[in-house]
Design a protein around this ligand. Structure first.
Ligand code: FUL
Length: 702
């Protein structure tokens, strides 16, 4: 009996001492699938389908699958390009809103077997799976809940059909890292020939709880992405950045995939920052496309994001504890254009070069406090061992410790990396970093929220042998797993190109350069291209590309696609609403608005007519929605007209600005045939929200 009491108290003693040693987890914690997701940091999302051939962003659902024929489709080329960019996986859009399934599904005949590709015997999802396996990349799937082809969309039967699609996809294509569910839902479509609008209640129609439970059974290793989770939240923009402060935890207003804050949507979307001490572990995904649109459009060649633009987005997403999901758009042949491949490759190289060596490795690390004095278990050395889960911890009562990093010799760095062991929750709230400069401590950086990853990109390179990290705010003891110092390779910043209202083009650089070279024909400039010496006139628009050079080093090229200059344009009489002239002032931040203050007033279509001052040959027209992230008056159904006398109008384009709610970029509509006209008219026929029409700019290209 005595012996038993002794053993019992020994066990009790051991249990309490272990409990005292390891810090108690703080708040909600990530699941295993979420830990894998955090470790990935970056992946790509691949859009290919009928839209690739119709030149649209959203198909209506009535497209003939026979138009799809990617004769050179090569999943390895696409996945390989993502891998070269440093991405760890790819999400395949297996079905977009148009409903075409790019795998031979049994759930609908509207699938890959109806295409010309491989005589209808191919399976794109399978080919992606094999390419991923070969290249050591993880795979995820996107099967759009909104289906503009399905006759039963909007009815209860559709939900069983959707779940059957999920079941096929999640049973036959290996393990997935993410189950991706977009938030665009309901509206008009083909729906098996009904050609009507079908409204659904986003929060109840899909029965997400049941679908999610099925997904968890089929793919336990996958995180589930939706506008508001449940595992990964949408950051709230398609620009690729999270908030400067970004919490992995989040308390959505209602945890369903359809909830949106009611006023302003994106502007007031909390997903960008998350919620400190939120109810769920639900980190942000930042999705953005390598090109302006998600699908391939030849007209967007030359607008592929440059390696340094991608790098900037990397710091603003992955560097803020979120993940980057970059859109890739295979062309009609079924491969990525060289331009896209090259940008990815160069971006990957910059990342590799930057993060190859942690300059803090081998430094003498002195912590103001070590948990229980146990240097081997919780000492600061663990922050440079490249293990995301081994960590330096402090005693429970020590909330604002500091860590001094003494390098054997002075080093130059411009990136600082911090990580917490997130298995113990997101603990740290704020940090500051000092460098010993000329014998005195000088603050060189500060940040709020650390979490899985925090990269601080310094405005200048710092050279020193002594750095001090101060945790300035934490509600509990800390568990820091990583402290890194890195040097992003030196590079020359590209020139900034701008054009004023009179049509004069100017090129500027932040610091002095030897020369700037440019082209006007869309080709990439080099040192032999004409040198820029003074502003020049470019009223007809076109593509202006430029590089800067210093001592034989070239910057990357920038390209500005300019429309016809609006110098001589005027608004025709009769325009209603406020500031009609704003649509031709070449200022993206001003707007014309017919929104009515009286909220009982209903929306009605409104038009604005412009005199171009002379006859132009118009090959495309454009609408730039308001750029202030407010959705009121943003047009999603439009008509453009032209006229030679300002009285008789001919309709030249009409349709839908797909995805304008989530991605409010300039909407360029190529006319079927170029038109000679002096007058243009734009009509907003439907808006995503509000009781009037707004526009930042209306433009034309020759
Ligand atoms: C959105 C869709 O509406 C877009 O077309 C695109 O697929 C993007 C990634 O998600 O919800």
């Amino acid at each position: 009996m005595k012996h038993r009491i002794l053993t019992f108290s020994l066990v009790l003693f051991m249990a309490t001492s272990v409990a005292q040693v390891a810090p108690k987890p703080y708040g909600v914690l990530p699941s295993k699938a979420q830990l894998n997701w955090h470790e990935m940091g970056m992946y790509c999302i691949i859009h290919f389908g009928v839209d690739t051939y119709t030149d649209k962003e959203w198909g209506f659902g009535d497209e003939d699958p026979a138009i799809v024929n990617p004769t050179r489709f090569d999943a390895s080329q696409i996945v390989g390009a993502a891998k070269a960019g440093g991405f760890k996986g790819v999400v395949i859009v297996a079905k977009h809103h148009d409903g075409l399934c790019i795998w031979p599904t049994k759930t609908t005949t509207h699938n890959i077997t109806q295409t010309k590709w491989k005589d209808g015997k191919g399976d794109m999802v399978k080919e992606y799976q094999l390419a991923c396996e070969k290249l050591g990349m993880q795979m995820g799937l996107y099967c759009s809940p909104w289906d503009r082809n399905s006759p039963v969309y909007g009815k209860p039967e559709y939900i069983s059909l959707y779940r059957a699609q999920i079941k096929e996809l999640y049973s036959n294509y290996g393990p997935l890292f993410i189950s991706w569910h977009d938030g665009a839902n309901g509206g008009d479509g083909y729906y098996g020939g009904a050609n009507e609008a079908r409204k659904i209640d986003r929060s109840t129609y899909y029965g997400w709880d049941t679908t999610w439970a099925e997904i968890r059974k089929l793919q336990p290793g996958a995180t589930i992405f939706g506008d508001v989770g449940p595992d990964v939240r949408w950051v709230g923009n398609e620009e690729g950045h999270a908030g400067l402060t970004s919490w992995a935890t989040y308390t959505p207003e209602a945890p369903d995939a359809g909830n949106q804050p009611s006023n302003g949507y994106v502007k007031h979307w909390l997903g960008v920052e998350g919620t400190r001490n939120g109810k769920y572990w639900m980190p942000a995904e930042c999705d953005v496309s390598l090109r302006p649109g998600w699908f391939y459009h030849k007209s967007q060649n030359g607008q592929v994001k440059s390696p340094y633009t991608l790098l900037d987005l990397y710091y603003k997403s992955v560097g803020r504890g979120a993940n980057l999901d970059l859109g890739l758009s295979p062309n009609r042949d079924g491969v990525l254009d060289d331009e896209d491949v090259n940008s990815l490759k160069q971006f990957g190289e910059i990342l590799k070069q930057t993060f190859a060596v942690n300059l803090a490795k081998g430094a003498r690390l002195t912590a103001s406090n070590i948990r229980g004095g146990k240097t081997a278990v919780f000492g600061p050395k663990l922050v440079t061992d490249a293990d995301r889960y081994s960590y330096w911890a402090t005693d429970d009562k020590v909330l604002t410790p500091s860590l001094t990093v003494e390098l054997p010799v002075a080093k130059s760095f411009n990136v600082i990396r911090l990580r917490e062991n997130i298995k113990l929750g997101q603990r740290i709230e704020a940090v500051e970093v000092d460098g010993l400069i000329n014998g005195a401590w000088k603050k060189i950086a500060e940040a709020t929220s650390v979490g899985a990853n925090r990269l601080i990109r310094l405005p200048q390179t710092v050279t020193t042998n002594k750095i001090r990290l101060r945790i300035t705010k934490s509600p509990v003891s800390i568990a820091l797993s990583d402290f890194g110092l890195y040097k992003e390779p030196d590079h020359l910043t590209a020139p900034v190109i701008s054009r004023d209202k009179t049509g004069m083009v100017t090129m500027e650089t932040a610091s002095p350069v030897n020369s700037i070279h440019y082209t006007l024909d869309g080709t990439v400039p080099n040192i032999k291209s004409p040198a820029y010496t003074q502003p020049f006139l470019l009223q007809d628009g076109g593509a202006v590309s430029a590089i800067a050079t210093v001592d034989k080093q070239n910057s990357e090229a920038v390209k500005l696609q300019l429309e016809v200059s609006k110098t001589k344009w005027s608004i025709m009489p009769g325009a209603i609403g406020s500031h009609p002239e704003a649509v031709i002032d070449e200022q993206n931040n001003t707007l014309w608005s017919t929104l009515q203050a009286d909220s009982t007033q209903q929306f009605k279509p409104e038009s604005i007519a412009i005199d171009l001052g002379k006859v132009n040959t118009i090959s495309s027209v454009s609408y730039l929605p308001r750029q202030d992230k407010i959705l009121d008056g943003v047009v999603d159904t439009y008509t453009f007209y032209t006229s030679t006398d300002g009285q008789q109008w001919v309709e030249v384009a009409s349709g839908e600005f797909s995805n304008i709610r989530a991605n409010p970029i300039n909407q360029v509509i190529k006319l079927k045939n170029a038109v000679s006209a002096r007058y243009i008219k734009f009509t907003g026929r439907r808006v995503v929200k509000g009781n009037g029409v707004t526009a930042a700019e209306i433009g034309i290209s020759m």
